[in-house]
Write a protein that binds this ligand. Structure first.
Ligand code: SAH
Length: 213
């Protein structure tokens, strides 16, 4: 898996390559799927959700440009795989998930692996997690119709927000940077397909578990 990500140019930073080599991805997918955990596709994790395609995890994590002391907010814990990757690269990860069973599952596997720098909460992440703001990096693992304003507000100056933005079928992965002068700069890192972000600043007409209202 790591070789594939390297040859595709998706992993470049040595300390990021190392954490992708170390974190066992098969522990984050349901048992019947564990043989496919290292393939290049999204896999079902229950409740209508999927573990993010590893190429998109690599892309998002590289674009965050995290320092070891960083405080990160993740929206859409899901399986907890990306949460674990982030936790190995920064000081603390705060992660929000709307489906309680997924939050509990991720919490259990991360605890079993010995992670102590992760806080997971069941909450609509489109509002962010203001209590612990501001963040050096925010990464959204579900597709938003527009850049969620509360997330931009919770970034530190020079912080980065990685968010897939667009309609349900296909989105653009955006890197939103808060410049020291308070302005925002947005870059487009290419086409992606993520499951929908639900909630207040999520996709209209979509409920939890991806079903149409
Ligand atoms: N990075 C996770 C992604 C799972 S899919 C993984 O690789 O396993 C995206 C997740 O976002 C789903 O679990 C979904 O329930 C969650 N989600 C969708 N909208 C959300 C919201 N508004 N707040 C928090 N989580 C949300």
């Amino acid at each position: 898996m790591v070789h594939r990500l390297l040859s595709a140019g998706l992993l470049v930073t040595p300390r990021i390559i190392e954490v992708f080599e170390r974190l066992p991805r098969h522990l984050f997918v349901p048992d019947p799927m564990s043989a496919q955990a290292y393939g290049d596709h999204a896999l079902p994790i229950g409740f209508g959700q999927t573990i993010t395609q590893v190429a998109n995890v690599a892309r998002s994590v590289e674009m965050l440009e995290l320092r070891p002391g960083a405080k990160v907010l993740e929206i859409g814990t899901g399986s907890g795989y990306q949460t674990g990757i982030l936790a190995m690269l920064c000081h603390h990860v705060f992660s929000l998930e709307v489906i309680p069973e997924l939050a509990a599952g991720a919490q259990a596997v991360l605890k079993r692996l010995g992670f102590k720098n992760v806080s997971i909460k069941v909450f609509d992440g489109s509002y962010g997690w203001s209590e612990h703001a501001p963040y050096d990096g925010i990464v959204v693992a579900a597709a938003a119709p527009e850049i969620p304003a509360p997330l931009v507000a919770q970034l530190k100056p020079a912080g980065r927000l990685i968010v897939p933005v667009g309609p349900l079928e296909r989105q653009h992965l955006l890197v939103v940077r808060r410049l020291p002068n308070g302005r925002i700069r947005t870059e487009d890192a290419g086409d992606v397909a993520f499951v929908p972000l639900v909630g207040k600043f999520g996709q209209p007409g979509i409920r939890k578990e991806g079903s149409v209202r």
